[in-house]
Each structure stands twice: as structure tokens, then as C-alpha cells.
Design a protein around this ligand. Structure first.
Ligand code: GAL
Ligand code: ZN
Length: 667
């Protein structure tokens, strides 16, 4: 089971299904995902179930050897459910109750809705538990999508109060943790605590952070209800959910715990916002690495872009070769299966212009042929590295809590947790150094170099874990605004970086927000002032307390004071970067730190050509990916054997066509 499509039999006449199934089989498709939005079709009125059409669709697919992944349709409760209980429509952060007509018009804490979910999912799971053509389940669809700033209804408010009571035990503890003495916000009961609806000024940052945590936990709990039903009814089926990369409404680390493996939806042209036709390849790679990092495990792509995207406005048409390249890219970063969204472009509804493999006409054209060819090439080799990870020597900590805390208080209006983190990621990406993303809970010890960006919130266990990591020889990079707050989002009364002081060997008595100020640093690690490069957003003003300086600020009253430091601690090193580095100084710094940590790059490649790897049974599988529209040449390692795409190798010189790819084996 390696390649699939998202299929909506309910959108097409039944006579067409067999034609689709045949075309799919001819293209090498072995999986379909179906039914995730088809509640109204499966239960047109309460208790009146109609699975007949879906049974026949599954059967039609099965005849061509295609297995089905079923989606639970809980992102689209039908109108009759809403009519019976309009209270389950969600309330947004302006207090407005949203209406029926799109999808995800559900409040996930609503007891009545939960009842319906339980009832429907149980019936559906029972119906399909023994169907030989059904292999697994996707719960709901893209949790957190369309749940922006939701839901602030009374039911969610009550659930929030219960959540707070569980977390704090007594209201006195909450008052203390949040500092509610400020502006007379002291509560005497949990049920007095507001949800963050508009208030004349701004809410308490501790309340806001807990609200985000609560909203995340609610989604995890909503999913768990369905997971429990399906585990019981369908013990032989896998359970997954389709994630959305860097989306942040729910902690994917938490959401993934109940799943067998995670899936992800990869749309390279989706987040381009008109500026670039395609998201920069490093972003696409980072997204895939985060998805692999969620469980430190290979994953599925449940929706891989298959044509131009568009609801109201549209993306470019993927250029010849791009759809294949992106398929290889997903596989290169850890996908064991790739399911394309969608099979055929829809004739009606919101997604009329969200193109599938087939155009509106249903006639196989260029995109069909390109994807078919990519499947035919990849399918035979994918078992060689199934489950394989890149064996990264570098890890980057990714934290929902830190991200949320900076969303609440960005300090500088342009400071963004994800962008700051990606600045580091990109330096490794450009050097073809594989990177893992991981959570604060995962194992640090296997990494030679660990980046913990913007470690704003700290707790004692985390500080100890980082100290042990460095003591035992790890090299750690901490960045600006580290050690500022406790886990409740209240400031720690210590000279910064607080509990991280002995690890870093520095004191930060002052800092400067660089809004409207140009600042730069000069790199001085080699003893010569050999590079002066811009930095931005923030400047921690650092006193050395055992550490050495690697770079200095060049302007203002703190000119010539350290901006980047390095401290030997136990057998390892801690770096502290007091500002946001521009790309040149970042490159310099990362080259220095990787060299010290003895981190290896796979190979040097021209700009726009990515090289990454997966471990296989008999060595590493190296993927070379040309993300550019021109052909590119590079020298490969003489020990590499061609697996795919490098038949025309001249000596060690590999020439890739525009968007071309190759796979090698390195033993
Ligand atoms: C995804 C979603 C799909 C479809 C697609 C195109 O986010 O999971 O159901 O809506 O986008 O818009
Ligand atoms: Zn609600």
C-alpha cells in the first residue's frame, strides 16, 4: 500500500465508479480514502442509515485491488443535527455564533454533538469492521482547520472551568499562578473565569496560554472518543488523522499519541500567499520533517497536491515535473504512502477549482500521466527504506507552548516563533544536513547538536534535561528570550537567563527590542573581525560569566558587547544567541557549531538542489531533488549506487533535468 487517491464517489454517477477504479489501477493506485464528508449521505435523517452506496463503491474499488481508508464524517454534521440543536454551532472569539453552510460548524465540547458522534461512529465502525476491503480509518478531517479561535460557547466555557480545576486544584492556586491580583482579577470560583472574548484591554497572558492549551486538549479529547470506538469495533484496522504541518491549534505531539501513525496534507502551492508560486523548498522540507518528528516515525501523506489549488482564487498550474518532484520529496522525508488529493476535479461546491489528478472532464491528461510515471518508478523501490528515518545528528526542539506564548506576546510585532526556528532550519537545509524536529519530551541524547529556539517558558525538569544533555557531551544552542517565564506564563524573578544561567555562563541584565532600530553583529570567532551582518527584532545585552563571545553587537550603547556566546559545560558546549540572526551570520554560526560538534553534511549541492536520506535495510537511500526550473549538475559521492533516475551518470557527475530527481544507495 504505497499510493492512493482521495475519492468522493458521492460526487459522481455510480456508472462512472468502475471507470475511475480501472484508471486508478492502471496508474498504480492501491488505496482510496472515502466518506470523510459524507454524513448526510450515510444518514439522511436520524437513525435512517444508508451505507449501501458506500459498500458498492468500496466493492468497485476492491475489484481493482484497491483498499479503502474510511474517514469519519464528523467535520460535516448534517443540517438535521443542527436543526435539532442549534447550540452546537460554534461561537467565535467575537462572540458570534457561526452558521451552517461550510464545514466544521461544530462545537467539540457540545454534549449533544458528542452523543451523535458516538452513535454514528459506532454504527459506521460496526458496519465496516469485517469488510475485507477496508484497512483503516482517518478520524475527522484536519483538526484545527476552521477551528480558528473557536469555540467560546457556554459549553466550552464550562469545559474550560473543569480543565482549570483539574490543572490547579484550587482557585487560590490559579490566582497565584496567573497573578490575578493584577487589575483586581482575583477569582473566588472557577466558574467566574472568563473565556477570552473581547474585553476593553487585553486578557491576562496566563489565561490566554491556558485557553490555547485547553482548546488543544479539547481537540485531542474529541478525537479520542472516536479512536476508542474504532479500536473496540475494528481491532484489525489502523487509525490515523491528517495533520497540517505547522498548523498550531492543537499540539500534534498530543494528538498523535492515540494514533498508529500520523498522516499529513502537503500542498506546496497552498501557503505561497501570492508571493512565490511555490512555498520555498526548505519550508516544504521543514514541514515534512516536523511531521516525521511528531512520532519520530515514518508517516503517510493523506493529501498530496495533484493539480492547481483554488477555492475563490487559484495557484499556478504545477509545471511539468513538479507533481512528481513533490511526491519524491514527501517520500524522501519519511512518507511510506502518498495519497493524492483528489482523484477528479469537482463540478460543484466550494472546491470546484481545487484540481485533482483528473480534470473536470474526467479524461486522463498530463497530470495523470506524470503521477502515473512517478508511481511506477517509486513503488518498486519504496520497500527498501520503508519505515526508514534519516539518522539525523541535529535536532531542533519544536514546542507548541513556546509558539503560543509568543503569539500572545510577540515582543516585536514581526517576531514569529516558527520563522525564528526556520532561520536555523534553513542553514542546515542549505548544507544538506538532515535535521529532526522533536518535542521537549523526546530523547535529546542521540543528537550531536540540539537547537532549542526561543525557550521562553521553562520548567525545572526541562532545565535538568538540557543540563544532562550538555554535561554528557551534547552541543546546545539557546536563543534570545530563553528562561524568561515559568510554565504558567508568569515571569521568573531571576537575572536572565534565569535557571539557564549556569548552563550558558552568561548574565543578561538588560535587553533591547529592535523595533525601528537597525542593529548588526560582527563575527569574531576566529579572532579577526571578518563579518558584519544585520540582525533584527531583539538584542539580549549579555555579560560574560564564564562563557566566551563569538560575536558582538556593533551599534548603540551596547556596541562591542557579546551577541553570541559559547560556554563549555561538562563535556559539552552551550551556545547562546541573543538576537535574531540574518541568513549570512546564521550560516557562519551554524558552520562553526556543526564543525565543533562533528556533524556531517551529506554532500555539497547547488542552490535549489536538495539532498537528503532515509535509512534502509542495506544502507542509506540518498534522494537528490532539483527544486528549480533549470537543469542542474553536481558531483556525487563515488561510493553511491544508482537506484533510480541516474542512469546517465558520467563519472561522478549527475545532471538533473528541471524538477528532476534521483535516488542512490550508499552502503
Ligand atoms: C484540505 C482538506 C480537504 C480539502 C483540501 C482542498 O485542507 O483536508 O478536505 O478541503 O484541503 O481545499
Ligand atoms: Zn463550544
Amino acid at each position: 500500500m504505497k499510493f492512493g487517491v482521495d475519492y468522493y464517489p458521492e460526487h459522481w454517477p455510480e456508472e462512472r465508479w468502475a471507470v475511475d477504479a480501472r484508471l486508478m489501477r492502471e496508474a498504480g493506485i492501491q488505496i482510496v480514502r472515502m466518506a470523510e464528508f459524507a454524513w448526510a449521505k450515510m444518514e439522511p435523517e436520524e437513525g435512517n442509515f444508508d451505507f449501501g452506496w458506500l459498500d458498492r463503491a468500496i466493492e468497485t474499488m476492491g475489484r481493482e485491488g484497491i483498499k479503502t481508508v474510511l474517514g469519519t464524517p464528523t467535520a460535516t454534521p448534517p443540517i438535521w443535527i443542527i436543526e435539532k440543536n442549534p447550540d452546537m454551532l460554534p461561537v467565535n472569539n467575537e462572540g458570534l455564533r457561526l452558521g451552517f453552510g461550510g464545514r466544521h460548524h461544530d462545537c467539540q465540547s457540545n454534549a449533544y454533538y458528542r452523543q451523535h458522534v458516538k452513535r454514528f461512529v459506532t454504527v459506521m465502525a460496526r458496519h465496516y469492521s469485517d469488510n475485507p476491503n477496508v484497512i483503516g480509518w482517518q478520524i475527522d478531517n484536519e483538526f484545527g482547520n476552521s477551528h480558528l479561535n473557536l469555540c467560546m460557547c457556554d459549553s466550552c466555557k464550562e469545559a474550560f472551568h473543569k480543565w482549570l480545576e483539574k490543572r490547579y486544584g484550587t482557585i487560590e492556586n490559579l490566582n497565584k499562578a496567573w497573578g490575578t491580583v493584577f487589575w483586581s482579577q482575583t477569582y473566588s470560583r472557577f466558574d467566574q473565569v472568563p473565556v477570552p472574548l473581547p474585553t476593553p484591554n487585553a486578557h491576562n497572558p496566563s489565561l490566554l496560554l491556558d485557553w490555547k492549551r485547553f482548546a488543544s486538549d479539547l481537540i485531542v479529547d474529541f478525537q479520542r472518543q472516536q479512536v476508542e470506538i474504532i479500536r473496540k469495533e475494528c481491532p484489525h484496522h489502523f487509525i490515523t488523522h491528517n495533520f497540517m504541518g505547522f498548523a498550531d491549534k492543537v499540539s500534534y505531539f498530543d494528538l498523535a499519541k492515540d494514533l498508529d501513525f500520523i498522516s499529513h496534507d502537503q500542498y506546496p502551492m497552498l501557503f505561497s500567499k501570492g508571493k512565490y508560486p511555490v512555498s520555498p523548498p526548505s519550508r516544504l522540507a521543514a514541514t515534512l520533517d516536523l511531521m516525521r518528528g511528531i512520532k519520530q516515525k515514518s508517516f503517510w501523506i493523506m493529501e498530496q497536491q495533484a493539480g492547481p489549488n483554488g477555492w475563490e482564487t487559484m495557484s499556478h498550474s504545477p509545471r511539468p515535473g513538479q507533481l512528481a518532484l513533490w511526491t519524491y520529496h514527501s517520500v524522501a522525508h519519511g512518507a511510506d504512502a502518498v495519497v493524492f488529493f483528489r482523484w477528479r476535479t469537482c463540478l460543484f461546491g466550494t472546491e470546484q477549482y481545487w484540481h485533482g489528478i483528473l480534470p473536470h472532464s474526467g479524461e486522463p491528461e498530463r497530470r495523470y500521466e506524470e503521477i502515473k510515471k512517478a508511481i511506477q518508478e517509486l513503488a518498486p523501490v519504496m520497500d527498501y527504506f520503508k519505515g526508514g528515518l534519516p539518522d539525523s545528528e541535529v535536532g531542533i526542539l519544536y514546542s507548541y507552548d513556546q509558539n503560543w506564548a509568543f503569539q500572545i506576546q510577540p515582543h516585536h510585532h514581526e517576531l514569529d516563533y516558527k520563522e525564528h526556528l526556520l532561520g536555523y532550519y534553513e542553514a542546515f537545509y542549505d548544507a544538506n544536513i538532515p535535521v529532526d524536529m522533536l518535542s521537549e519530551e523526546q530523547d535529546f541524547s542521540k543528537y550531536k547538536l540540539l537547537i532549542a529556539p526561543l525557550l521562553f517558558l521553562v520548567k525545572p525538569e526541562l532545565v535538568r534535561k538540557l543540563e544532562d544533555y550538555v554535561k554528557n557531551g551534547g552541543h546546545l544552542v539557546l536563543t534570545m528570550r530563553s528562561g524568561v517565564k515559568d510554565w504558567n506564563n508568569a515571569v521568573i524573578p531571576e537575572t536572565l537567563p534565569g535557571y539557564l544561567s549556569s548552563l550558558t555562563g552568561i548574565r543578561i541584565p538588560e535587553y533591547d527590542c529592535l523595533v525601528g532600530i537597525e542593529q548588526a553583529v560582527r563575527w569574531n570567532a576566529s579572532g579577526l573581525y571578518d563579518l558584519t551582518e544585520p540582525v533584527s527584532k531583539w538584542a539580549d545585552i549579555i555579560n560574560l560569566n564564564g562563557a566566551n563571545a563569538l560575536a558582538y553587537y556593533v551599534k548603540d550603547y551596547y556596541r562591542d558587547t557579546p551577541a553570541i556566546t559559547m560556554n563549555c559545560y561538562g563535556k559539552g558546549i552551550t551556545y547562546y544567541v541573543g538576537t535574531e540572526l540574518g541568513p549570512e551570520i546564521m550560516k557562519k554560526f551554524i558552520t562553526y557549531a556543526t564543525c565543533k560538534a562533528d556533524v556531517h553534511q551529506i554532500i555539497i549541492s547547488p542552490e535549489g538542489v536538495e539532498v537528503t536520506r532515509r535509512k534502509g535495510v542495506d544502507g542509506y537511500y540518498i534522494f537528490v531533488l532539483n527544486h528549480t526550473a533549470i537543469s542542474q549538475a553536481l558531483e556525487i559521492d563515488s561510493g553511491w549506487q544508482n537506484v533510480l533516475g541516474a542512469e546517465n551518470l558520467k563519472g561522478n557527475k549527475l545532471v538533473l533535468e528541471p524538477y528532476g530527481t534521483a535516488i542512490f544507495r550508499a552502503c
